[in-house]
Design a protein around this ligand. Structure first.
Ligand code: NAD
Ligand code: UDP
Ligand code: UDP
Length: 316
């Protein structure tokens, strides 16, 4: 039995990861400051004696005894990470330093939830891991993009300097149940708007593209990556190469919900990447991994979750 720390474990992806690690027979310590995560995401795990929930902010040191660390703590939605940008950079950078310090002391293997945002508004398409990106260092998205880039630097320097066992995954847009209804990201926004019969807020013309990965596929990629030999450090792209325009996504959500919502145009946010699609050749080769759940099926499951949540009238 391994003792595994999941930071950001009460968030969307983190809660699915905690569940999956517990099901495999591990002890899980979930650390979260509930900035964007909620207790509701993990309350069903609280009865499990192998699960522990700790309120803690990773920008402060943490002394616990664990064998493996998954570092997911960081708001992921542009609205939330731009609300307190200085805290976002602190979470990425100081959080990484503290978790790497912990990994160093414990000789623990450590996984970093990096992001496709390290590629910025990419000029190479689809994006392979070798691409260094096109990132604005002083824009509204920079606190997140540059924070995550600096965290990657720290991971590789801790490896070179202290021989740490690291696994850096660059995650592309992921969706599924337990996204926060007010999260602000496109999939949850469109589904909640469609279910409530409110206008679907399409930013720009909706020609920009994203590639959406269902959360179960992503978590499978995490587990496989963590199980690889020590020389496999990444960065490795994890995402679904199926690429859609945001307008196509809006139309699919309206279709699957049977909603009468109309599309309402809003200005395109600054530095909004025009296109994004992962090249997952490395993940296929090194992890034997590729996503299995197509967008329509994943959306159907996600819609069912939000439908239930809205019916329950849970305060959010
Ligand atoms: P999320 O916002 O649902 O989860 C992030 C969690 O981290 C939340 O529970 C939040 O409360 C917690 N957190 C934030 N700051 C913290 C701090 N200082 N100390 C402790 N906890 C803190 O987002 P998510 O989609 O589950 O993302 C999880 C990770 O994956 C993030 O690091 C994110 O950058 C990365 N990622 C996600 C996506 C995606 O599409 N979902 C894409 C790329 C990268
Ligand atoms: N740290 C932590 N938990 C630990 C060990 C270290 O939070 O179990 C923090 C520690 O407080 C420090 C950071 O991780 O701020 C980096 O630790 P490292 O040992 O690399 O650096 P140093 O302590 O020498 O500055
Ligand atoms: N978007 C949109 N309407 C929304 C939310 C987002 O049109 O209500 C667009 C946004 O401009 C971007 C894409 O959808 O082009 C994905 O946005 P999200 O915030 O989900 O993630 P990003 O990939 O930009 O970090």
């Amino acid at each position: 039995m391994k003792r595994i720390l999941v930071t950001g474990g009460a968030g969307f992806i983190g809660s699915h990861l905690c569940e999956r690690l517990l099901a495999a027979g591990n002890e899980v310590l979930c650390v979260d400051n509930f900035y964007t995560g909620v207790r509701r995401n993990v309350t069903h795990l609280l009865d499990n004696s192998n699960f522990e929930l700790l309120r803690h902010d990773v920008t402060f040191p943490l002394f616990v005894e664990v064998d493996e660390i998954y570092n997911l703590a960081c708001p992921a939605s542009p609205i939330h990470y731009q609300y307190d940008p200085v805290q976002t950079t602190k979470t990425s950078v100081h959080g990484a330093i503290n978790m790497l310090g912990l990994a160093k002391r414990r000789k623990a293997k450590i996984f970093q939830a990096s992001t496709s945002e390290v590629y910025g508004d990419p000029t190479v398409h689809p994006q392979p891991e070798e691409y260094w990106g096109n990132v604005n260092p002083i824009g509204y998205r920079s606190c997140y993009d540059e924070g995550k880039r600096c965290a990657e630097t720290l991971f590789f320097d801790y490896r070179r300097q202290h021989n740490l066992r690291i696994k850096v995954a660059r995650i592309f847009n992921t969706y599924g149940p337990r996204m926060h209804p007010n999260d602000g990201r496109v999939v949850s926004n469109f589904i909640v708007q469609a279910l409530k019969g409110e206008p679907i807020t399409l930013y720009g013309e909706g020609h920009q593209t994203r590639s959406f990965c269902y959360v179960d596929d992503l978590v499978e990629g995490f587990i496989r990556f963590m199980g690889t030999d020590d020389e496999i450090t990444g960065p490795i792209n994890l995402g679904n190469p199926g690429e859609f325009t945001i307008r196509q996504l809006a139309e699919m959500v309206v279709d699957l919900t049977g909603s009468k919502s109309a599309i309402e145009y809003r200005p395109l946010p600054q530095d909004d990447p025009q296109q994004r699609q992962p090249n997952i050749a490395k993940a296929k080769e090194l992890l034997g991994w590729e996503p299995k759940i197509v967008l329509r099926d994943g959306l159907t499951r996600t819609i069912a979750y939000f439908d239930e949540l809205l019916k329950e009238n849970v305060p959010v």
